[in-house]
Design a protein around this ligand. Structure first.
Ligand code: SF4
Ligand code: SF4
Ligand code: SF4
Length: 356
């Protein structure tokens, strides 16, 4: 009976456009068993991602509303589901896998959970990151874009941060996971920046540290210095976080680097361009590029435009100034969806899901 509840919950999670595809070995079910009690799984299997009052969910699950409310609150406290308030009452909805309950487990992450997430991720071949539109979009290091090239607010990390009223930072859960597995890198751990429109909204939030806008900008610069790629959500408006990612830890970028899924991340609308006259063939930029887009041959650096994602990290490391970013030709990179709602609709359509 409880096995069936986990199966049903897995299917419900996969019915969210973000996706939670089943793993042949049952890695999805093992992961859910670690996170949800059998009773919680049975209740959550009756939920959708649309938030609704506890009484409605309880009625579908055939449970006493008060008992359901207690369980829903317990799951919300562990960030397994979403909670909010509508017309004065609490409402609950399923949280997607990524970006969602995976990131919410930071405060409880241990070796066993890291192994379960890793098993699920590798067995499903990074497929969650594969569907269009991609979860994340790369935005460039601003200094890499020459003066005179206009770029949109959603392409500028500093503009995203400056538009907010509250800021916080949390450990990068992908890096925490790899550390627990004895892998990964030594790049900055505290590098996931959250922001929002209400002053003080992150005060007291578990696993987050409220910071000032100046500190948020400083963390952004330190991430660039460490060679991390800025990756906010893949939409134009309504941003609320900027991830700073590496191909060795990040689930999304590993899908590009390890599983050969170039569309797992939406590339920036820029490409690195070399001025051969200025290139000293020093090779400094090669290690900076996490996407294998740079090589040395014929006495200077070569850019593989097909591999370049437009992050700009190579540009700021080239002392002679031989590299810069240029806009890609019109139509080569599609603009992102307008907002999260449009992103969900497009992704649901791409996956053949109904009701979105
Ligand atoms: S997506 Fe990137 S920054 Fe966000 S948690 Fe993963 S690696 Fe860290
Ligand atoms: S860092 Fe600059 S000068 Fe050195 S190889 Fe790369 S492009 Fe050429
Ligand atoms: S060549 Fe590599 S480091 Fe440079 S912008 Fe392209 S992806 Fe980024």
């Amino acid at each position: 009976m409880s096995e069936e509840a986990y199966r049903r919950l897995s299917r419900q999670l996969d019915a969210i456009p973000n996706g939670f595809p089943p793993a042949e070995s049952g890695a999805d079910l093992r992961l859910l068993k670690k996170l949800f009690t059998p009773e919680e799984a049975a209740l959550a299997a009756h939920m959708t991602s649309h938030r609704e009052p506890a009484a409605s969910i309880a009625a579908r699950a055939g449970l006493d509303p008060q008992a359901a409310l207690t369980m829903l609150k317990a799951m919300a406290r562990r960030e397994l589901i979403r909670v909010g308030r509508q017309e004065g009452q609490l409402t609950f909805g399923l949280s997607p896998f990524i970006v969602g309950f995976y990131e919410g487990q930071l405060a409880r992450f241990d070796r066993e959970l890291a192994e379960l997430f890793e098993a699920y991720f590798t067995e499903t071949g990074g497929v969650v990151a594969h569907w269009a539109p991609a979860v994340h979009r790369i935005i460039p290091v601003e200094e890499a874009v020459p003066a005179g090239i206009e770029f949109y607010a959603y392409e500028r990390a500093s503009a995203l941060l400056e538009s907010a009223q509250a800021w916080a930072v949390r450990d990068c859960i992908c890096r925490v996971q790899q550390k627990l597995l004895g892998k990964g890198c030594d790049r900055p751990m505290e590098s996931c920046i959250a922001f929002g429109p209400v002053p003080g909204m992150f005060d007291g939030v578990q696993a987050m540290r409220s910071i000032s806008s100046d500190e948020a900008l400083k963390i952004l610069r330190e991430a660039e210095d460490a060679g991390l790629v800025h990756s906010p959500g893949n939409y134009r408006d309504g941003h609320f976080y900027i991830c700073n990612c590496c191909t060795c830890c990040c689930g999304v970028l590993r899908s590009v680097a390890e599983f050969g899924l170039p569309t797992a991340i939406a590339r920036a609308d820029f490409v690195a361009v070399l001025d051969e006259e200025l290139c000293a063939a020093c090779g400094e930029c090669l290690d900076r590029c996490q996407f294998g887009a740079l090589s040395l041959s014929e006495g200077f650096c070569q850019v593989d435009a097909g591999r370049c994602v437009g992050c700009g990290l190579c540009v700021t490391t080239c002392a002679p100034g031989a590299l810069h970013l240029e806009r890609r030709p019109p139509g080569e990179v599609l603009p992102p969806p307008a907002n999260v709602g449009e992103w969900l609709t497009e992704r649901a359509h791409a996956r053949g899901l109904e009701g979105w």
